[in-house]
Design a protein around this ligand. Structure first.
Ligand SMILES: Nc1ncnc2c1ncn2[C@@H]1O[C@H](COP(=O)(O)OP(=O)(O)OP(=O)(O)O)[C@@H](O)[C@H]1O
Ligand SMILES: [Mg+2]
Length: 337
């Protein structure tokens, strides 16, 4: 639903999905519920923290797994694993973690050219505590992501996207919020502008301005059930989906093990979740579901096929520790991909 802005290099190849989000390095560790109580965090939520708190929590961790990510980055990496082409907009610093992030994206063939913050800033990180039930609790120090402004956004890259994928977490940051609006405005008329609501507490903080963004710019809305119920301040999921349908052309709502629902003006499709032997770590479930769905939409697949791809990708990522696919998703999805 973008404007038909015309100042891009048309010789550049189209990309299936361009993601825009907080660029973070994830530090994952197993912890029990007692630990969460001790450090006084709400299980399952995303907490924004400062660098001191980040250092304090980091010092409590003994065993850890470090992997570059952030929600929209996980999604575009999933799109790549499905065989799609992808780009990413997100700001890291000129430090060691930033080097790892930039190298990872290059190795995975995700186009990423956002200017890096100077060395005095540090790359953002997310300390992720995974409890024995597979639930993840996020503690995010935004670091260099916090300074992202409109001038960091390559609008030419936005204009190469079949799908522009915006991460709702960015809405917490006034400058990034403006940058997101600029990206959405610059998207071409045939680009599907997609927003994930990211977190129900984030929706709660910004309900009215999210609704404005969605009405003005968004074609495809992704959410889990808590987030969409919060957006429309209702307990009735059908009602929330109806309300969403009145302002976007496609809405997808995930419901954990109960699967997902995708609704357009003409269709309502229910998708079962994949059978997973053991949910080891839920981190990335929503991100990888989005990867499957968006990859499918970019190929012009039916809604059912798109949703099934989402379920397969999400099922893979929750069966091991960490937010990235560890199996080639294209092979795993077989004929569906
Ligand atoms: N226990 C589970 N078993 C199988 N699939 C699951 C399970 N939990 C989640 N999924 C898959 O992941 C998708 C997204 O899950 P969910 O609705 O929990 O998203 P989310 O809350 O955004 O997740 P997160 O933010 O933790 O990544 C579901 O639609 C489903 O396909
Ligand atoms: Mg989510």
């Amino acid at each position: 639903m973008g404007n038909s802005a015309g100042d891009t290099d048309r010789s550049e190849k189209q990309l299936d999905v361009v993601g825009f989000g907080n660029a973070l390095v994830d530090v994952l560790s197993h912890q029990n519920d007692e630990f969460l109580k001790r450090i006084n965090v709400e299980k399952g939520a995303m907490h924004l923290i400062d660098s001191e708190r980040s250092a304090e929590l980091y010092s409590l961790i003994t065993e850890r797994k470090t992997v570059s990510g952030g929600s929209a980055a996980n999604t575009v990496i999933g799109v790549g694993s499905l065989g799609g082409s992808a780009g990413y907009i997100g700001r890291v610093a000129d430090d060691d973690l930033g080097d790892i992030f930039v190298k990872d994206m290059a190795d995975l063939k995700i186009f990423h050219n956002t200017p890096r913050a100077p060395r005095r800033d540090s790359t953002g990180r997310c300390l992720i505590f995974v409890t024995p039930d597979g639930e993840r609790t996020l503690n995010t120090f935004l670091g260099a992501s916090n300074g992202l402004t409109t001038s960091d956004v390559d609008l030419g890259l936005v204009q190469r996207a079949k799908i522009l994928f915006l991460e709702g977490y960015l809405w917490d940051l006034p400058r990034a919020k403006q940058a997101m609006e600029a990206a959405a405005s610059a998207a071409r008329s045939n680009t599907k502008v997609t927003l994930t609501l990211s977190d129900s507490f984030c929706v709660d903080r910004h309900r009215d301005s999210f609704l404005n963004l969605i009405s003005d710019h968004v074609d495809v809305l992704l959410a889990n059930d808590h987030e969409i119920l919060s957006l429309f301040e209702t307990e009735n999921l059908n009602l929330a989906i109806q309300r969403a349908k009145s302002i976007v052309s496609l809405v997808s709502v995930t419901r954990g093990p109960a699967g997902s629902v995708i609704a357009s003006n003409s269709e309502l499709v229910s998708i079962e979740s994949a059978k997973v032997c053991e949910v080891v770590d839920k981190t990335g479930a929503g991100d990888l579901y989005a990867a499957g769905l968006l990859y499918g939409l970019a190929q012009g697949y039916s809604l059912e096929r798109c949703g099934k791809l989402g379920a397969i990708a999400a099922g893979e990522v929750i069966s091991h520790m960490g937010p990235r696919p560890e199996t080639n998703l294209r092979q795993l999805a077989g004929e569906l991909a």
